[in-house]
Design a protein around this ligand. Structure first.
Ligand code: C2E
Ligand code: MG
Ligand code: MG
Ligand code: MG
Length: 284
């Protein structure tokens, strides 16, 4: 009897594994169609400078305006886009749109806003990535110094030598780099000094679990000190409360990003936030 049951379970497992594969293939097909039909849109989340209290930059975060399923967050599609390699054409669309938006804001007088764009491993390891980035900068006319490419520790470690040489080439044009989600990956201080990055983003897990006297608090304080000794700008992710903001200010953090200020919003709404904050410079 037990054997029969085992068989049934196996059958059930096999069937659901099959269903999952069909779902994946369908989703992959849809992502491809979505790229073709330009259904992916960017939302922007402000980064606040601790010194001035003003918006100094934004992070572009992709959403999928799906024709029947509504607005989908990255966790619904980004992993499969990476797995299937579709992140490469999607990433080019995202970078183009972010650069285009940066030029619009610059021309509208919202000066010197940095534009952070997330890159995945597949993108950074693509042979022609340097030409692609330079081509998009040229085509859109974006100021390279305002572009801030976010990579994660795992991306950097996957192929360290290659990543290093690519970052160096792209940085020659003045583009900045951020190390995203710091604290969640390898977090080895051994290689941190090898990476020619400009900003270090402390992962929101650390910010959100920080309590007086906690391990997270110690890590954040030490990370900020080490980062500053390497001339890195420290961005705290996931700042949701005034207490978190004030604690990181006290530890000398440089920038904060989180729901305390704003969730990621469409470009027009970001302009409303900018208008309440820093007025566009006249006549520019
Ligand atoms: P990430 O790059 O670490 O982006 C930060 C994530 O934290 C965003 O989630 C943002 O909405 C969320 N967040 C910001 N502040 C808070 C807060 O105060 N509380 C909480 N709970 N969350 C906060 P989102 O937009 O869902 O993006 C998730 C991840 O998807 C990103 O993490 C990034 O790894 C990936 N992603 C997003 N856009 C792109 C893209 O254009 N290209 C690539 N390759 N990956 C992307
Ligand atoms: Mg990011
Ligand atoms: Mg992050
Ligand atoms: Mg992330």
């Amino acid at each position: 009897h037990a054997k029969e049951q085992g068989k049934d379970q196996f059958k059930f497992f096999e069937q659901s594994a099959n269903e999952m594969m069909v779902k994946k293939i369908e989703l992959q097909y849809e992502i491809r169609r979505g790229i073709r039909d330009r259904e992916f849109v960017l939302y922007y989340q402000p980064q606040i400078d601790f010194l001035t209290g003003l918006i100094c930059g934004v992070e572009a975060l992709v959403r999928w305006q799906h024709p029947t399923r509504g607005l989908l967050p990255p966790f619904e599609f980004i992993e499969l886009a990476e797995e299937s390699g579709l992140i490469v054409p999607l990433g080019e669309q995202i970078l183009t749109e972010a650069c285009r938006q940066s030029v619009i804001w610059e021309n509208a007088g919202y000066k010197d806003l940095t534009m952070a764009v997330n890159f995945s491993a597949k993108q950074i390891n693509k042979k022609d990535i340097v030409e692609v980035v330079f081509g998009i900068l040229r085509k859109t006319g974006m100021r390279p110094e305002l572009l801030d490419i976010e990579i994660t520790e795992s991306i950097a470690m996957e192929n360290l030598e290659n990543t290093l040489s690519i970052i160096k080439k792209i940085k020659n044009k003045g583009v900045k780099f951020s190390l995203d989600d710091f604290g969640t990956g390898y977090s080895s201080l051994n290689y941190l000094h090898k990476l020619p990055i400009d900003h270090l983003k402390i992962d929101k897990q650390f910010v959100q679990n920080m309590r007086p006297g906690s391990f997270e608090e110690v890590v954040i304080k030490a990370t900020i000190e080490i980062a500053h000794s390497m001339n890195l700008v420290v961005v705290a992710e996931g700042v949701e409360t005034k207490e978190q903001f004030e604690a990181i200010l006290a530890y000398n953090g440089d920038r904060a990003q989180g729901y305390l200020f704003s969730k990621p919003v469409p470009a027009k709404e970001l302009e409303t936030l900018l208008n309440n904050d820093l007025k566009p410079i006249e006549g520019s």
